[in-house]
Design a protein around this ligand. Structure first.
Ligand code: ADP
Ligand code: MG
Length: 314
């Protein structure tokens, strides 16, 4: 069956998933990173791939930016577990028009981000392919026994995000439509940052956490599904930078739609008990409720959120 007809990426992953047999697998498929008990430590392992044409285009990404984004997307999944990243394994498929200089530039990008967070590239694989593909496996470590999964959200918890959203999708659409200017917005797409700068502080209080890689609609839904809860999100509370709002206006789209359905912002979304919400950096966008539905509230009107964020097959 065609994957789109089947229901997309997430349905497919569900179909191929099995429960791990080894008891040292504390968290297997279904979170931002797997958690493995290793001696008296907990390790995090995650993998993310970027394919030319789907994730990036060399028409508007420099090779260095391809490297930056590939490393950031992986570090972001370690941040989402409240972990400390340690080692990266980098595999690349290179097509005929890739030059040595371009590969060096990709690695300049990878090392720039890796160095900032004291991550070593310890291995990988190099091969030929029809398009440029870069796949990274990141290994990290938990702080003590602390693991923040997507599964701990409780009714009454507030929902927060770590910073402004929608910039990456705005940038992507600006590039696609060849709109001039908005250089800073475009950079949010080609050179994103991850939130390892504050993830440890957030993880002290978070009951559940994920990174926003597929759009608020999907990443909040993942938390709700894993935690067995519902949510109410206030559309007007979703933080959007002013220049992104201006870009949205020009693109003819609602700024909050860019945040909900776009993705690749690599901010964190997390839930925290109401009494701790002031202690955590970030912006409150809603509240966890019982049930399994997610509602969007806008100027007092409440509607069920039925759309998903980004899916490669839908
Ligand atoms: P994220 O966006 O946080 O990187 P994904 O949505 O890519 O997470 O993946 C969701 C879960 O499915 C993760 O636990 C991931 O490891 C797992 N997963 C994705 N693709 C596969 C696959 N082909 N085989 C096994 N597990 C997979
Ligand atoms: Mg993730």
């Amino acid at each position: 069956m065609n994957i789109k007809k089947f229901g997309g990426e997430f349905k497919l992953i569900e179909k191929i998933s099995r429960t791990a047999k080894n008891k040292n697998v504390i968290v297997g498929i279904g979170d931002d990173a797997a958690v493995l008990k290793f001696g008296n430590k907990n390790l995090f392992v995650t993998s993310d791939m970027m394919c030319e044409g789907d994730h990036f285009s060399r028409a508007y990404y420099s090779p260095k930016q391809i490297g930056i984004k590939a490393m950031v997307s992986n570090l972001s999944d370690i941040a989402a577990m409240g972990g400390l990243p340690l080692y990266a394994i980098v595999s690349i498929a290179l097509n005929d028009d890739t030059t040595v200089e371009q590969v060096e530039q990709i690695y300049n990008g990878l090392y720039k981000v890796a160095d900032r967070f004291n991550v070593d590239i310890i291995g990988g694989d190099t091969t030929h392919g029809a398009v440029l593909i870069i796949s990274i496996t990141l290994i990290g470590q938990a702080k003590g026994k602390r693991i923040i999964t997507r599964a701990g959200a409780q009714p009454g918890d507030v929902i927060q995000v770590s910073g402004p959203l929608g910039g990456s999708e705005a940038g992507r659409q600006l590039f696609k439509r060849k709109i001039k200017g908005f250089e800073r917005v475009k950079k949010l797409h080609t050179e994103p940052s991850c939130r390892l700068d504050i993830s440890d502080q957030i993880a002290t209080y978070a009951t559940a956490m994920a990174d926003i890689s597929d759009g608020l609609a999907s990443d909040l839904r993942n938390i709700c599904k894993s935690s067995g809860v519902g949510a109410i999100v206030n559309r007007e509370a979703i933080p959007i930078a002013d220049n992104v709002k201006r870009a949205a206006h020009l693109l003819g789209t609602l700024p909050s739609d860019l945040a909900l359905y776009g993705g690749e912002d690599y901010q964190l979304i997390y839930t925290v008990a109401n009494k701790f919400s002031e202690k955590v950096p970030g912006v409150t966008i809603g509240e966890i409720i019982s049930g399994d539905k997610i509602y969007l509230e806008n100027k007092g009107e409440r509607k069920e959120l039925t759309r998903f964020g980004f899916d490669h097959f839908l």
